[in-house]
Design a protein around this ligand. Structure first.
Ligand code: ADP
Ligand code: ADP
Ligand code: ZN
Length: 221
């Protein structure tokens, strides 16, 4: 049944709220791709491309990459064949301009967003989560040194090495939280008015948050 439905979903929440973790699990369960703009930018950085170099200069400071760049990147991706049956957006939109642009693109295709999941977590808890975060350098899987440790120290389940993100140091995280408050938080009202917003308590375990997320997505089809 799940396979026949179309899901065009946005994941919202503070840096560290668990969007990436939950997005990757939803991808496995629902069989539709999770598009993480952060992962895409980090891939561009690793490949040494022009986009990657430009993005790094913003990301290192905890600032947002310009809307025009991000919107073009997302539009290309969600317009591709692999997103034809739907997609989950992790980390996009992050500004009012990005949200308007996304609506415009979908409208041109005769589509709308089906749901916006807001992962609600106190700021101190989000910062605590980020301070132990490790990501796989190969498959981007996320771990936490206390809350979600890897099976072997320093190694992903896929065998590749784990690393700490350049922008996960405390002062950059603080800056990202400030940017989130001023630029991204207003989207709660924007999507609230459209009546597609669903708030989820992000403080329980990964498994329990995932259950709530699936319940929210599959409610009143
Ligand atoms: P975001 O994509 O929103 O920045 P992540 O998914 O990367 O957040 O999660 C941030 C960190 O918190 C990671 O190290 C992850 O393993 C851990 N984490 C995610 N969800 C939970 C949870 N429900 N409880 C405890 N730790 C979590
Ligand atoms: P987190 O959810 O942990 O904050 P992300 O991986 O989503 O981290 O984003 C990391 C960084 O990449 C952001 O701080 C920002 O510089 C850049 N970035 C990611 N998505 C966007 C976006 N939609 N608009 C602008 N910048 C973005
Ligand atoms: Zn891996």
């Amino acid at each position: 049944m799940v396979g026949e439905r179309e899901f065009r979903v946005v994941l919202l929440g503070l840096p560290g709220a668990g969007k990436g973790t939950q997005g990757k699990l939803l991808q496995q369960t629902l069989g539709i791709p999770t598009i993480s703009t952060g992962d895409m930018l980090r891939e561009a950085m690793n490949s040494g491309s022009e986009l990657g170099r430009m993005a790094r200069s913003y990301m290192q400071k905890g600032e947002l990459v310009p809307d025009s760049v991000i919107v073009r990147m997302v539009e290309e991706t969600i317009g591709s064949e692999r997103c034809a049956k739907g997609f989950i957006l992790d980390g996009f939109p992050r500004t009012y301009e990005q949200a308007k642009a996304l609506d415009g693109v979908l409208e041109a295709w005769g589509k709308t967003l089906t749901k916006v999941l807001y992962f609600n977590l106190p700021e101190e808890e989000a910062v605590r989560r980020i301070s132990g975060r490790m990501a796989c350098k190969s498959c981007q899987r996320m771990y936490h040194n206390l809350f979600n440790p890897p099976p072997t120290s320093g190694r992903c389940e896929c065998g590749a090495e784990l690393g700490i993100r350049e922008d996960d140091k405390e002062e950059t995280v603080r800056k990202r939280v400030v940017v989130y408050r001023s630029q991204t938080l207003p989207l709660l009202e924007y999507y609230g008015q459209k009546e597609i917003l669903c708030a989820i308590d992000a403080s329980p375990t990964i498994e329990n948050v995932q259950k709530e997320a699936l319940k929210a997505l599959c409610a009143n089809a």
